[in-house]
Design a protein around this ligand. Sequence first.
Ligand code: NAD
Length: 487
Amino acid sequence: MTTQSSNSDCVDPQTARQFYIDGRWSLPAMPASVTVINPATEAVVAEVACGSEQDVDRAVAAARAAFAGWSVSSPASRAHILGKIHELILERKEILAQAISLEMGAAISFARAMQVPLAAEHVRVARDILSTYRFQTLEGSTAIEREAIGVCGLITPWNWPLYQITAKVAPAIAAGCTVVLKPSELSPLSALLFAQIVHDAGLPPGVFNLVNGSGPEVGGAMAAHPDIDMISITGSNRAGALVAQAAAPTVKRVTQELGGKSPNLLLPDADFAKAVPAGVMSAFRNVGQSCSAPTRMIVPRDRLAQVEALAAATANAIIVGDPQSEETVLGPIANEAQFKRVQVMIDAGLSEGAKLVCGGPGRVAGHEVGFFTRPTVFSEVDPGMRIAQEEIFGPVLCIIAYDSIDEAVTIANDTVYGLGAHVQSQDLQLARAVASRIRSGQVLLNYPAWNPMAPFGGYKRSGNGREYGVHGFEEYLETKAIVGFGV
Ligand code: NAD
């Protein structure tokens, strides 16, 4: 595989047509490929092998064979290899950033500053957990042992392609599990580079396997596979539910990180001049393609005009364009299907009567090619509107007015989702009290720094299970009680 950092040659075409199974690159059982499109130019950038049930069988057999040894390897030896993987991600950070920019349109500055370093953090955290984690504890005379659950099927989306991979692979192999990874077929390039990193780090054959391909075929075969013990999917609610259904007959553990419609509550005493611009940028980060993006800004009714002005000024100043330009803040939406979905939702906002504050339908002026979407802010959004209820997954912010804090909390919780939430207030006691009333897996007070140890996952239809830190690591463990262990 090439390691040069030129944009168009991130991944060797021969490698892209293969899978990484049992410690080596090998051809798929049946020749088939999926085309990867650069969303900034709409040009074809790669043909990537598209797998079948037979490829999944081969990968699962390799993972099963490797499990016997890897699951009883010492935590120190696993930490050592995770340390090597971490080093190699940092060493190859430029080519990884280029691949991510190419496959899903991330602005190169964002890929360099966020997509790659945060992905590396999940590996570092998994390595560090192994130095202190107690795999055996005592409850009276009973020993509680935490053991690797087995072979894990990992299915990841396109929006944070490398980050979602390391958030699953690192804790799984740290726990002693072996894995079969199926990245999104829409953004599989950084995954191919990651497989080479894992190989170069010296991970034993079969511990990590990569099969590219479509969700229904490869992901479906993994979910139903009798020799996979656990499946972890990050993606849409539709795919998450289908995976759970396919997994049910074999009673495997299912972890789902799914959609979100996260609220951002600006309490009356918030510093609006800071909180509104920061909220807009937070909602539009990664072109709004983050499951926990705070896309519902809930503000006091008497501050609505001020909030609209601040939001419009912030959104209108965002530079949208060529992801390769250093000054670009937002590149295109990651793929055509998502671009179309976002356009449908902007049209829905208009037809339902929300007030368009800035942005709107269509491509960014001057970009007839590429899925460049106008940063769009709606105000006077009714909590019942589609744009307030459905995940849009694009740069579209809804401003919703409230008359009391109780009403603000009700609006925040008026969603089938429960992934993230923000609260802004200069009174920390008040912010904490409001946070305790919000039904979501994370609540962020006053835009804190990202914490890779903070568990991440959903209440309600945002999913089951947690990722990141010790909680994410423990998802990959079984619990065994040895009763009568002590005297
Ligand atoms: P998607 O559901 O289309 O695809 C996600 C993955 O699931 C892909 O690898 C896809 O091939 C696979 N898949 C699709 N159908 C499948 C099936 N029937 N069986 C097995 N696998 C299947 O989602 P996407 O468009 O790639 O990602 C966007 C979605 O992901 C959004 O809804 C977003 O909120 C969610 N997401 C959630 C989190 C989180 O941590 N909660 C993080 C990122 C993205």
